[in-house]
Design a protein around this ligand. Sequence first.
Ligand code: FES
Length: 109
Amino acid sequence: MSYFKRHLFVCCNQRNDPNRKSCGDNHTGDAALDFLRGHAKNMGLIGPGKLRISQSGCLGRCQEGPALVIYPEGRWYTYANEADLQEILDCDLVRGEAVSRLLLDTENP
Ligand code: FES
């Protein structure tokens, strides 16, 4: 059994390059990380045997982002606002159900 049951990585990479999109543009990734950590903690989801939420550098899906990924399932998500993040918390992280409308394609191009 792994130390954490699930691990969520939130891309917070900031390039500050108008020609290359990044998840951290306008601090989007940082705000998402703070929202997810705060709400997941209040919901009792965080800790050994449960969930870990980590800041990540570029996850390699910049054009589809802002991006986050949940392991071990390998579910990739994008999000547009706090309501999307809350839905990921409620559906995926609490009930284990993917939020299909926010999923990124998992197939290789
Ligand atoms: S900058 Fe977020 S996936 Fe590349």
